[in-house]
Design a protein around this ligand. Structure first.
Ligand code: FAD
Length: 456
């Protein structure tokens, strides 16, 4: 008897190659239903920001084309995912459901669905696909999660080589079931269409991800020791591709262990340790699924954040603070949906320390505007800068944006690219006195220290 259909439920893994869930369904034999669900209803679901919605549209279009060429079909459905998948099982008579794991609040949805479908007699399997190491496998000697990056990453490296990437299935015996048209999801901005800069900068989809990786290996990795200089293209810009799973870290790992020039090979370990920060962020999220709303260090609950003044906040968002490196970063973000890592740290430090604005407000803006907005890395990084996170920068280390710019953009190429009027009379004066606001931030931190000592 021919096997019943299998369902592959894709989420943050919008690729065909190195996709364990898709491979399992193809290997089982029988027709395969590949589905992606736009879920804004399940408990813990956070609606995507505007830039991520733009990316998702491009990524799904590319995935549908790739699947079509292999003989498959991508079905789109909307709603609370558990109900959508259960309905699809009933409609198709599927005997198996496969997915790749996720690690935040939505894993409760997955666990409940798995029990329910298994109780109905279905085969349900989930796989590790978006992290090199499952978070529960990397623990300290006492069995607790690591709170400091360096020993965490050392333990990852000691855990052995990540598995080799899986090849794309040669063909997919696709079953076509009715679903939404991609355009009906209305993911692209229309009035106004603010996405011109995004279209210029990015090619969402699996092919675009691999092209970016190859370009980086050839041109960026040899320069990676200069990764802190925002004016040069020394970093990979793989973050949105990794965020949407168009590329897996296993594929990145394998690629940088094969055929590198000596200059590129010299930077491999440093580059992989940045992938390690992504793993670390996910490990933190796994242990604190509300990472985007709760301080990792609970003594920060006592921090006296200021009610943001709307004009100040708007100046930060739009890049009109009068602090050139900050304005350059915020405009790069608004234009292209991405910002250089060093500059992300500088703008986040200005918001949380000099302006004393709650890191959650900054996290929210990045969530809406970054094409790589990621539930683990965004929240973990904001908390890292704010001082409330795991392995956070010491609070008293307030970035001085002027000194940072002198050090990392000494020719001012980056600043002039994004803030062409910087030397003209119309460029505003700084919205905040950096020296005085630094001292104010250090005073505010006393509240955290007092709360900590009161707690004993
Ligand atoms: P590369 O230097 O080429 O690094 C390779 C990959 O490693 C990246 O693509 C990314 O997946 C990962 N990575 C690198 N640095 C970090 C880091 N510090 N933390 C976690 N992962 C890292 N990264 C996101 O992917 N999504 C976010 O929403 C996000 N928000 C951030 C918010 C703030 C306030 C800060 C300071 C950093 C944030 N980062 C975020 C981390 C980092 O800035 C980006 O991952 C990096 O700039 C992406 O550029 P790249 O791909 O060229 O990096």
């Amino acid at each position: 008897m021919a096997p019943s259909p299998s369902i592959v439920w894709l989420r943050d893994d919008l690729r065909i190659a190195d996709n364990p869930a898709l491979t399992a369904a193809v290997d089982r034999g029988g027709p395969v239903v590949v589905v992606c669900v736009l879920d804004e209803q399940s408990p813990g679901a956070r609606p995507l920001g505007g830039a991520s919605r733009w990316w998702l549209h491009g990524s799904l279009r590319s995935l549908a084309d790739d699947l079509g060429r292999a003989g498959g079909h991508l079905t789109l459905r909307r709603g609370a995912a558990a109900e959508v998948i259960a309905a699809l099982v009933a409609e198709t008579g599927a005997g198996a459901v496969y997915w790749n794991r996720r690690y935040g609040a939505l894993r409760d949805v997955d666990a409940a669905l798995k029990s329910r479908l298994r109780a109905d007699g279905l085969i349900v399997e989930s796989f590790g696909a978006s992290l090199l190491h499952e978070p529960w496998t990397i623990t300290s000697g006492s069995g607790d999660p690591y709170r400091v990056f360096t020993p965490f990453w050392r333990a990852c490296l000691a855990a052995g080589e990540p598995r080799s990437p899986l090849p794309a299935p040669a063909s997919v015996d696709g079953l076509t079931v009715p679903g939404d048209a991609l355009d009906a999801w209305a993911l692209l901005p229309t009035r106004p269409d603010w996405a011109a800069g995004l279209r210029e900068a990015w090619t969402p989809g699996e092919d675009g991800a691999h092209a970016r990786l190859e370009q980086f290996v050839e041109h960026g990795l040899p320069l990676y020791h200069r990764r802190d200089e925002p004016a040069i293209d020394a970093t990979s810009r793989l973050s949105p591709h990794l965020r949407f799973g168009e590329l897996s870290p296993h594929q990145v790992w394998a690629r940088v262990h094969a055929g590198l020039s000596p200059e590129a090979a010299a930077n491999r370990a440093k580059f992989l340790s940045e992938i390690g920060w992504r793993e670390f962020s996910y490990s933190i999220l796994f242990h604190l699924p509300q990472l985007a709303s709760i301080n990792v260090r609970r003594d920060f609950d006592a921090f006296p954040w200021q009610e943001p003044d709307p004009e100040t906040l708007e100046a930060w968002r739009r890049g009109t603070t009068g602090i050139p490196i900050v304005d350059a970063g915020m405009r790069q973000l608004w234009h292209s949906g991405w910002m250089h890592n060093r500059v992300r740290m500088i703008v986040a430090s200005l918001l949380t320390k000099n302006l004393l604005i709650d890191w959650r407000i900054g996290e929210e803006w990045f969530w809406d505007t970054l094409v790589d907005a990621d539930e683990a890395s965004n929240a973990a990084s904001w908390q890292w800068v704010a001082g409330s996170g795991a392995d956070a920068a010491p609070y008293f280390r307030v970035f001085n944006p002027v000194l940072q710019a002198d050090r990392f953009d000494p020719e001012r190429d980056y600043v002039r690219r994004w803030v062409p009027e910087v030397d003209g009379p119309e460029y505003p004066r700084p919205i905040v006195d950096l020296a005085a606001s630094r001292l104010r931030a250090l005073d505010a931190y006393e509240a955290v220290k007092a709360a900590k000592s009161a707690a004993g």
